[in-house]
Design a protein around this ligand. Sequence first.
Ligand SMILES: [Zn+2]
Length: 153
Amino acid sequence: MNGLQKEFSFTKGKRKYLFCADSKSAEPLYIPVQQAIENKVPFDFMVIDHESDSFLRLWLNQQKMGTYLYVSGELEFINRLKNLALEAGFSDHEMQLNVQGPVSTRVICCKCHGVNDVEDELHIICIHCAVDLEVSSHYSRRLEAYLGYTSIK
Ligand SMILES: [Zn+2]
């Protein structure tokens, strides 16, 4: 379970909700935002454009326990926000991630260097050597692919 969703669903009963999207991906958040409004719960809505990691780290770190995070954006953005949120103490169960943009992404296996076509998964099993891979935010322009690293369990 890595929190990745095809569509957002509203998780009731949280103390506060954070909605964040990259500049092109706010629309899928409208439904859960509307539900947060209807449920009269506090929330922040942030479209992230050029905000630095240090700013986002500060924003996430100042959130109280019981805050629930929604992130909508391209894979690289999702990975970035997820990592910052985990660093700030969020768990996988306190966030929903929804990848927008290209439906198919090339991922290079770190072990056998085989190419995998993935849709929007953040974890895959290499079709060539069957190793568990975590799709990183590290994009190689030369290979036109994301690098897949062996998952540490
Ligand atoms: Zn492989």
